[in-house]
Write a new protein. Structure first.
Length: 200
């Protein structure tokens, strides 16, 4: 065949591709084995029981309100002669948040005796320290300072410490009632209940 003839010759037929080999059908899955079924059921019941126990616990906890157990507002603080004149008694600072101070003369009560000071700083509620050498209460948070009387004199605190009601119980012990507070800036330190008068 010449070059000319090959030009006009019919195109050759394409060879069809070979069919892809078919995969053998997967064997049909049989029923789940009994052992697997039991383990799944066990897991399901365990999860259900745990969730029911959690719900029951939460419901029971809901029935009991959150209660903050605090010491009673009224407490006995020993006998007056246990505190020396000029002493700041810190025995009740941790448990009752109270300092007992015995003085030879209180300018508000015009007498010798004992008063109960709150240990809560009137600035932001921190607990000051009693500095015996400097004869003052000093707040570690922002530097507020108070005289032994509770009157503020330095730092950002806006007012003096509060005093609590104080009296003698029937057995002769000091009785402090924290439910009654007295503020100096309101003129309440002259109230006889804010100071326990004693003979010096």
């Amino acid at each position: 065949m010449s070059k000319e003839d090959s030009k006009y010759a019919a195109p050759s037929t394409p060879v069809p591709p070979k069919p892809a080999a078919r995969k053998a059908p997967a064997a049909a899955k049989g029923p789940m084995p009994r052992r697997t079924f039991i383990s799944w059921m066990t897991l399901a019941w365990t999860a259900f029981t745990a969730s029911m126990l959690a719900a029951a616990t939460a419901t029971t906890r809901f029935m009991f309100p959150n209660v903050l157990f605090e010491p009673p507002p009224t407490f006995k603080a020993g006998f007056p002669d246990e505190i020396q004149i000029g002493q700041v008694d810190e025995r009740f600072k941790q448990k009752n948040a109270v300092w007992l101070v015995r003085t030879a003369f209180d300018e508000w009560a015009k007498s010798a005796g004992i008063y109960a000071l709150s240990t809560v700083c009137t600035h932001l509620g921190c607990t000051p320290y009693w500095l015996e050498g400097e004869q003052k209460f000093k707040c570690p948070c922002h530097g507020s300072g108070y005289y032994k009387s509770g009157v503020n004199f330095e730092g950002p605190t806006p007012r003096p410490l509060e005093r609590f009601a104080i009296s003698l119980a029937d057995d002769g012990q000091i009785l402090v009632d924290k439910s009654r507070k007295f503020q100096q800036e309101k003129g309440e330190w002259v109230n006889p209940a804010s100071f326990l008068k004693l003979l010096s």
